[in-house]
Design a protein around this ligand. Structure first.
Ligand SMILES: [Zn+2]
Length: 247
């Protein structure tokens, strides 16, 4: 397979990254969208995009896990300034399972969505235990493109997400997570992005971008669509979503 796109990875957290990216290329993962969590990883992503031109596509984000009230203004200013060089705003969103106050999460997320809307960039949205609120905020911000990352939420919220033209993404957790499988089953293939969220561990094993093949294989089995077609369609989805050239 060729021209595959890992729609979501945390490259700055991967050990021996050069080797991991070479391995990804060997199995056909031609492009990887690098997610940012806070100022430091955002800066690392901008550098990685220069170091691996054409393969690493940078996104800038501010993850709900990483929020610190006194860093918000500076982090958002840095994102606003550098987002034009990036393919997306991400990773951003809400996480109602962490201790970070919901009010702070919502304030920051709303300001981030405003920046994405101004620059017409797609948003990559973390929505753990906050699916409905995260979706409602994206819609209210008037975003044209958003992907609800690793979607494992209610199917009625998923219907609303799809009706608005938004996407979900799927990970290797398709192998074992019933709510994630249900979402992947429910969404049409042309609204699904495939990703690894690497280096996240799946059942104890840390992932790398080359594991995108596992995501594709799981999705192909679940939807009973041949692996080639699953790969081709989802790569096309990612190219359109992130506005990427064919590689
Ligand atoms: Zn992530």
């Amino acid at each position: 397979m060729r021209g595959l796109i890992d729609a979501h990875a945390h490259l700055n957290e991967i050990e021996a990254l050069g080797e991991a990216l070479a391995e990804a290329r060997r199995v056909g993962v031609a492009q990887v969208v690098a997610m940012g969590m806070e100022r430091l990883s955002n800066e690392q992503n901008l550098r990685l995009a220069l170091q691996y031109p054409g393969q690493v596509r940078p996104a800038l984000g501010y993850h709900p896990w990483s929020l610190e009230a006194e860093q918000v203004d500076a982090t958002l200013a840095h994102i606003r300034e550098h987002l034009p060089q990036c393919v997306a705003l991400g990773e951003v969103g809400l996480d109602y399972k962490v201790k970070v106050p919901k009010k702070l999460q919502q304030e920051v997320f709303a300001r981030l969505l405003e920046i994405a809307a101004e620059q017409d960039k797609p948003a990559v949205v973390h929505c753990r235990f906050s699916h409905l609120r995260a979706y409602a905020m994206v819609r209210a911000a008037g975003l044209r493109r958003a992907v609800f990352h690793w979607y494992s939420g209610p199917l009625d919220v998923l219907d609303a997400i799809l009706a608005d033209g938004y996407f979900i993404s799927v990970t290797p957790a398709l192998a074992y997570s019933p709510p994630h499988r249900a979402a992947a089953q429910h969404a049409p293939l042309d609204r699904i992005l495939v990703e690894t969220d690497s280096p996240v561990s799946y059942q104890g094993r840390p992932s790398r971008p080359a594991d995108l093949l596992q995501t594709i294989e799981q999705l192909s089995q679940l939807k009973q669509i041949p692996m080639e077609e699953t790969a081709r369609t989802t790569a096309g989805n990612a190219r359109r979503f992130y506005d990427l050239p064919a590689a």
